[in-house]
Design a protein around this ligand. Structure first.
Ligand code: ARG
Length: 471
């Protein structure tokens, strides 16, 4: 079979070169976007009088036929046609004859592939925003069910101060909100049309780039033709946003793994989301969060990979840039896989409230509060800290917790103690004392949940507008 670019060549391509340079093995994932872009391009060629109307209709019908065949899986893509763009063009010409060759007028694969990537990524960004939104909903649901559940809060993974479990979960809702905000913001830079840049310098044909942009639902066109075909910032930005999302998921994963260990026993993941051991009959392993934690590595790797590919590349297109795809596809699949599992896994997670309470009752996470109590009685905080440090040491040496001490024992450390400390030390009192905006007091966490639900509505509105672009 002859090449679409074969005119200048006197020899067949070396078979290994063909294999090595082809991208069809992975860019076939862009088939839908490639045809979507071609349909808009050929409509514009017709509108601008560059290709006669009847040829435009023939080409459109042919492209739709090729699309249908791709969807039903009856097209065999070929390595000798190198990539998805030439495979589709070849199939189009087979379908409609030489008139199909008019499709590529005023266009290059360089602006074509960039357009495909923009179309692809904007759909994925909308889908991923929806998935993050679902995960937030699951977290908020658990938070609502755990407004009375107190756990030890940690710093340095040492028990620090008691907090509501709902407050801990809502921290992740905030983290995923920043992720949603980043994706939504990145959409502005993704939703820009490169087509019309030609190979690098524009085209001699009287095309209408804005018409194509409008047809494809892009908010604008690239200002500079060289930049249009050379820019992969939007992919880097996506890979970076994806890395941060995976980092958040891996932090949550680590907590789920810890919490479901016998040592913590704070939660139990549903059987449907765990696996067993081939040798140890008692095992129930949290494989999903473990794998998400592990797969974070490849997502970071894809970001570093593309940053390195692009470093020092001269303008405009270079074949190196074909390396932008596999990492992006892999990141999308990895992220979608993780998010699809996380929402139902969180929603079905069982919370061992009793065990959490037991943990809070057997620690010193209320120590700050009696220090604050002494401060309330006029003692400078630094002295109060010292007094309570000694009190805690006394407890440890005598196998007691603060609430086990008699008032006489307390008074050995300071005359300022009175009966009211027994209330001050209760976990509920400790939690509700942090009644500051963003704090762990029940009323504050309730208000935070309210605000998140409102923010979620804003995301839903954005999704509704943008889902018009998703097929
Ligand atoms: N398969 C190519 C890629 O992914 C398409 C663009 C090819 N352009 C070219 N001038 N060889 O980058």
């Amino acid at each position: 079979m002859s090449k679409l670019w074969g005119g200048r060549f006197t020899k067949q391509t070396n078979a290994l070169v063909e294999e090595y340079t082809a991208s069809i093995g992975f860019d076939k994932q862009l088939a839908e976007e490639d045809i979507q872009g071609s349909l808009a391009h050929v409509s514009m060629l017709g509108k601008c009088g560059i290709v006669p109307a009847e040829d435009v209709e023939t080409i459109k019908a042919g492209l739709n036929k090729v699309l249908e065949r791709i969807r039903e899986g009856s097209i065999a893509f070929s390595v000798s046609d190198e990539d998805i763009h030439m495979n589709i063009e070849k199939n189009l010409i087979d379908e409609v004859g030489p008139v199909g060759g008019k499709l590529h007028t005023g266009r290059s694969r360089n602006d074509q592939v960039a357009t495909d990537m923009h179309l692809y990524l904007r759909n994925r960004v909308v889908a991923l925003t929806g998935m993050l939104h679902e995960l937030q909903t699951a977290l908020i649901g658990q938070a609502k069910d755990n407004l009375d559940t107190i756990i030890p809060g940690y710093t340095h993974l040492q028990r620090a101060q008691p907090i509501l479990f709902a407050h801990h979960l809502m921290a992740y809702v905030s983290m995923f909100q920043r992720d949603i905000d980043r994706l939504i913001d990145s959409y502005k830079r993704i939703n820009v049309l490169p087509l019309g840049a030609g190979a690098l310098a524009g085209t001699t044909f009287p095309i209408d780039r804005h018409f194509v942009a409008e047809q494809l639902g892009f908010d604008g066109v690239y200002e500079n033709s060289l930049d249009a075909v050379s820019d992969r910032d939007f992919i880097l930005e996506f890979l970076s946003d994806a890395s941060i999302i995976m980092m958040h998921l891996s932090r949550l994963s680590e907590e789920l793994v810890l919490w479901s260990s016998t040592e913590f026993n704070f939660i139990e993941l549903d059987d449907a989301f765990c696996t067993g051991s081939s040798i140890m009959p008692q095992k129930k392993n949290p494989d999903v969060p473990e794998l998400v934690r592990g797969k974070t590595g490849r997502v970071y790797g894809n970001l570093m990979g593309l940053l390195t590919v692009l470093k020092s590349l001269p303008l405009a297109y270079n074949k190196d840039m074909q390396e932008d795809k596999e990492g992006m596809f892999d990141t999308v699949a990895t992220l979608e896989g993780a998010l699809q599992l996380f929402a139902p896994m969180i929603a079905t997670m069982k919370v061992n409230k009793g065990r959490m309470r037991e943990a809070v009752n057997t620690d010193f996470s209320n120590a700050t509060d009696i220090a604050d109590f002494l401060v309330g009685k006029g003692l400078p905080f630094r002295q109060a800290h010292e007094v309570i440090g000694k009190t805690v040491l006394y407890c440890i040496q005598n196998s007691k917790y603060l609430l086990d001490l008699t008032l006489e024992e307390f008074k050995q450390f300071s005359e300022l103690f009175d009966d009211s400390i027994y209330d001050v030390l209760q976990p509920e009192t400790v939690v509700n004392a942090r009644n500051v905006y963003g704090g762990t007091a029940t009323s504050q966490v309730k208000a935070a949940i309210e605000r998140s639900v409102q923010t979620q509505q804003a995301t839903e509105e954005w999704l509704n507008v943008r889902q018009g672009n998703v097929e």
